[in-house]
Design a protein around this ligand. Sequence first.
Ligand code: PXL
Length: 273
Amino acid sequence: MAYKKVLTVQDISCVGQCSLTVALPILSACGHETCVLPSAVLSTHTYGFKGFTFADLTEEIPKINAHWQKEGITFDCLYTGYLGSTKQIEYVSDLIPLVKGKVVVDPAMADNGNLYYGFDDAFVKQMAKLCAKSDYLLPNITEACFLTGVEYKQEYDKAYIDLILQKLVEIGCKNVILTGVSYTPETTGVVVFENGEYKYYEHKKMPKGAHGTGDIYASAFVGALLNGKDAFTSASIAANYVLDCIAKTQDHPEHWYGAIFEPSLPKLIEALK
Ligand code: PXL
């Protein structure tokens, strides 16, 4: 197993199985040293809970960066997820010089045609700038539409997906893993655009999704990528893992706020061998 040092920047939602509480265990299970920079601390995530608390840590980021620079600390990978403010995205870009390997950006800001609570056009514009600096970008279709200005559609064909990918390349993105691409009612999958080539990993569609699977997906993808797998293999391993997590969650309607990802970690580790 490769042992890499990854820095992940995303929020701590104390309850809700997303962002850092997902990334840290998954990356550790994949065998990597995982350094964290919490972008904000929330009592819960913002989807479906009311009255959550939100402590913004934006102004901590430059101070932490300055200390790391002084100490000569570097990372093999930077993996960003949910970021709490527009200013914060700028500060996160300033961390890139500490990275000796790949920058992976999950522009966690939207789903099902809508931006998450609290985000606006300025946030999207700044996120597009960070995406242009990524080596691997992992948007869902909604996020890709916000980033590129392409109209969001629930039904589409391959030409629509090609257009989205072309527009992402135009704004400077290099390799893109576009999630939730579904051409038939029974199937869905991921389009992997790597080194100018498209590949599609298609798999069965679960009757019901689960919240936070984008974060689980991105974390497993990074975990696999840092183990030396290519983007397509990493994308497929992550997709199979997420399917397993969703299957485990479906028998537990009381578990509406996240996906039960922990019991399937041994399977993820096995897939990396
Ligand atoms: O990536 C999902 C996510 C992460 N963090 C927070 C969120 C969400 C989605 O709703 O609200 C705080």
